[in-house]
Ligand binder design. Structure first.
Ligand SMILES: *Cc1c(COP(=O)(O)O)cnc(C)c1O
Length: 374
């Protein structure tokens, strides 16, 4: 039988987000790092596209007290919400008080900027005297954080930071998903050495994959994102996380085509024999990446169904010749992401990473939150 879905009849694509699975994943990571280390949550980019308010609310209720977002705007939105539901939770803004934002950030007592250079430190001390912040050190990504020469100046001149409590010192690993990469140990060494020259504070080096590099990488605070949302933090091994996200797409039409007929824009797929084609009501405008044309799969229960032809803005065509016709009826749903085929799998078939698949899921897809039946 085609699966039925409890959605309004006009909905052609929907995302299911299992908040209980996110909480279970957070607890699994908290257990892994043990009681001496706090487990935060990276919920930037709208919690990787899944909806920052429901996700953060669920994690805060489970005991998460540190939330990391990218931009000042994301920080303000989340800080306002958590102030009501979890007043002792803290929101850290990774890009820091970029010019023109320090005063606004200072208006929220539960919001802390991550300071990435001496200029940001000075701006924060001026806009928010006595208010705490995090410091980010560049230990090898050359992306954000105090570069080595600024770390030296700060260590040599404590007046640059006088009166500003440093809550945590953080850095970010470039290659944590490759356990044998030599940069991991190099970054670990320069992080530890630099933190020892700066004011006493919690230290935080690891995101999802770093947690799996072992206890040396945990320090006092970890900042997982991807693993909370079911992406595999250990790409060289089986995924230890619970799956979180499902996408279901409605079957709009089913047709039989003769050998020699082509499917979709550019006629990139030609039937070598008669085929049955189902057209699904999602496309790249929903975040089903066009790179999955003639490559991705969808699932009907346990049965893999290949995408044929190009993925277009609103539609995906799939070859259902191998499936009994009574399973594939207009109005039924197939899994674009589901228990058989997660975001990492779709990403691999599209030549990208699960992070990009999740963050590109569009607002047109209806969202259902819960522990949701498969
Ligand atoms: C995105 C990000 C994280 C979370 O990374 P994941 O790989 O998703 O766990 C943590 N820290 C920083 C600085 C980040 O930019």
């Amino acid at each position: 039988m085609p699966p039925t879905v409890d959605a309004p009849p006009g909905v052609t694509g929907l995302i299911t987000v299992d908040l209980q699975a996110i909480v279970d994943n957070w607890r699994q990571l908290a257990f892994r790092v043990g009681p001496g280390c706090l487990t935060g949550a990276a919920v930037k980019a709208d919690a990787y596209g899944l909806g920052v308010l429901p996700v953060a609310t669920a994690l805060a209720a489970a005991g998460c007290r540190w939330f990391f977002v990218a931009t000042p705007d994301e920080g303000v939105t989340l800080a306002q919400s958590l102030a009501k539901t979890a007043p002792d939770a803290r929101v850290a803004v990774l890009s820091g008080p970029i010019p023109g934002t320090a005063r606004e950030l200072a208006a929220y007592a539960n919001l802390l900027p991550v300071l990435n250079d001496l200029g940001q430190i000075a701006a924060w001390r001026t806009a928010a005297p006595g208010r705490p912040a995090l410091l980010q050190l560049d230990t090898g990504m050359a992306r954000l954080g105090l570069p080595p020469e600024e770390i030296d100046r700060l260590a040599a001149d404590p007046t640059l930071i006088e009166g500003m409590p440093v809550t945590a010192i953080i850095s970010h690993l470039a290659c944590a998903d490759e356990p044998d990469h030599p940069l991991n140990a190099l970054q670990h060494a320069s992080f530890t050495a630099a933190a020892a020259r700066l004011p006493q504070a919690m230290r935080s080096l690891s995101a999802s994959s770093g947690i799996f590099l072992g206890p040396d990488y945990h320090f006092e605070l970890v900042r997982p994102g991807a693993a909370l949302f079911g992406l595999n933090p250990t790409p060289t091994q089986a995924n230890p996380m619970r799956q979180v996200v499902g996408i279901k797409a409605k079957i709009l039409q089913v047709r039989e085509i003769d050998a020699g007929r082509t499917v979709g824009y550019g006629a990139t797929y030609a039937a070598d024999r008669p085929r049955r084609v189902a057209t699904l009501g999602v496309g790249y405008a929903d975040g089903v990446l066009r790179a999955g044309s003639n490559a991705a799969r969808v699932f009907l229960g346990p049965v893999a169904i290949p995408v044929i032809g190009r993925i277009s803005m609103d539609l995906v065509t799939v070859d259902v010749s191998a499936v009994p016709p009574q399973w594939v009826l207009p109005g039924g749903f197939v899994d674009v992401l589901g228990p058989q085929y997660g975001a990492d799998d779709l990403a691999r078939d599209c030549g990208t990473i699960g992070y990009e698949v999740l963050t590109r899921l569009s607002r047109r897809l209806m969202r259902l939150y819960g522990p949701v039946a498969a």
